[in-house]
Design a protein around this ligand. Structure first.
Ligand SMILES: NC(=O)c1ccc[n+]([C@@H]2O[C@H](COP(=O)([O-])OP(=O)(O)OC[C@H]3O[C@@H](n4cnc5c(N)ncnc54)[C@H](O)[C@@H]3O)[C@@H](O)[C@H]2O)c1
Length: 412
């Protein structure tokens, strides 16, 4: 049994506990977090996930587990990895380190994350679940022969949208890294790149050529939404972030020289059922589409019965409504690719290897996100083949992330 230790016990850690119930050969041995650890450990024990213990300190957790997972907020990443590094340097053996998306708030931080893990000689997994979504993976597998004959996809469109994050720290661009582009653009950019990558090639195979981006604050910068955020301790008139982002990235196949385009759209104003993932890829003579809200299960709850609803988020992540016609997805951990990403990481760690997506891949995605913010700030297409631009990106911190989003989002 591989012993898993989770640092962070909030929303995503809960999702991973649900996911691990479908993964063989693992137990959740420990949880460490300022809030939620006791409840998560109890849930894990109730579901037969092992004798899950709560640890106060990261070094103690590391000593009791084989795999350490960073499921804490973005601003805490570096500090947590430093503590894991100290434990490893003082002799604690671990088989793998997992970090949830995004790897970091900016490229300088992502670089430290990747270098630190590399120096420790511990295999890593960058958790980007969407590349493991069975619907996308199966569509590609069904189309493998077609792709072989006709060539890889040349246009990918991807989107992730919901009504806005659950915890205040996500809304604070200085702590989270930005708005929806940093939070969810990382998913849509990564899956867009994957859909364009020829079958059998590494996830970082394509060469990014250029980036354009449009970001706006459309909903949460105006009343009554501004005041609703203020009630939760977030002031979007002082430190706004984008609630809408549209990023277009051009890639080049380094072998054939053929160009392809990924369009990633993300928003925090999806006042519609729950969370929607859309993916579509177009190749020469073929295509596929994925819509995560197309479910075989529909429900209806009338006004008179609505009082009895326990928790609408049990039916669908980020569900905002508990009556009317509702969508239910019976197995979200599978739908979103969490179970498959775990299986991939576990089998790689057992062999002493990085998962399919490692911290270096997370660093690449961070670079593309930073390029999007820079393109938006400069209101121009960014040339990613220009060495000067690549160097500028190394220590670039977007104005939005600096808390100066008003300069690029308000009054436009
Ligand atoms: N793959 C996905 O689709 C997905 C979905 C949601 C969140 N995430 C990512 O997961 C991470 C956590 O998000 P969440 O929604 O679970 O957040 P959350 O706010 O719900 O939970 C955060 C947890 O981390 C703990 N924590 C806070 N500071 C800490 C510190 N310094 N050290 C250790 N633990 C600390 C909190 O007590 C809490 O238990 C984020 O980076 C987010 O981007 C990914």
């Amino acid at each position: 049994m591989l012993k898993i230790g989770m640092i962070g016990a909030g929303f995503v850690a809960g999702f991973h506990e649900r996911s691990l119930r479908s993964v063989r050969g693992v137990e959740i041995a420990g949880v460490c977090a300022p809030e939620g650890a006791k409840a998560l450990a109890e849930t894990a024990r109730e579901h037969g996930m092992g004798k899950t213990r709560v640890f106060k300190k990261i070094n103690e957790l590391c000593a009791a587990v084989d795999v350490v997972c960073i499921f804490a907020p973005n601003f805490a990443r570096l500090d947590i990895l430093r503590k894991i590094a100290r434990a490893v340097e003082s002799g604690t053996g671990i088989k793998g380190i997992i970090c949830e998306k995004p790897l970091a708030r900016n490229l300088a931080e992502a670089d430290v994350m990747a270098r630190m893990a590399h120096a420790l000689h511990v295999p890593t997994a960058y958790f980007e679940n969407q590349l493991f979504m069975p619907s996308v993976v199966e569509a590609r597998s069904q189309l493998a022969a077609v792709e072989q004959g006709m060539g890889p996809a040349h246009l990918a469109r991807s989107a992730e949208e919901h009504g806005g994050p659950h915890e205040p720290w996500f809304w604070d661009p200085t702590r989270q890294g930005g708005g929806v582009c940093c939070d969810m653009g990382c998913h849509s950019i990564a899956i867009g790149m994957y859909m364009l990558t020829p079958a059998g090639k590494a996830p970082n195979y394509l060469t990014p050529v250029s980036v354009t981006a449009n970001m706006s604050l459309l909903k949460w910068g105006k009343e009554p939404w501004l005041s609703r955020l203020r009630d939760r301790g977030v002031d979007y008139s002082a430190t706004p972030a984008e609630d809408y982002s549209n990023v277009t990235i051009k890639f080049k196949d380094p072998e054939s020289g053929i160009r392809s385009v990924a369009q990633a759209t993300n928003s925090w104003m999806y006042d519609a059922p729950g969370l929607r993932l859309l993916m579509e890829a177009f190749g020469p003579g073929y295509s596929y589409t994925v819509n995560s809200l197309q479910s075989p299960v529909g429900m209806f709850i009338s006004d008179t019965a609505a009082e009895a609803v326990a928790d609408s988020e049990l039916a669908l992540e980020k569900a905002q409504a508990s009556r009317g016609a509702l969508v239910l997805q019976p197995n979200e951990p599978d739908l979103y690719g969490y179970i498959a990403e775990w299986r991939d990481a576990i089998s790689a760690f057992e062999k002493g290897q990085d998962a399919t997506l490692n911290f270096e891949f997370g660093r690449l995605v961070t670079m593309l996100i930073m390029a999007a913010y820079m393109a938006h700030e400069r209101k121009k297409t960014l040339d990613l083949t220009d060495a000067k631009v690549l160097q500028e990106l190394e220590d670039y911190v977007p104005l939005i992330q600096q808390g100066k989003g008003a300069e690029v989002l308000l009054g436009e």
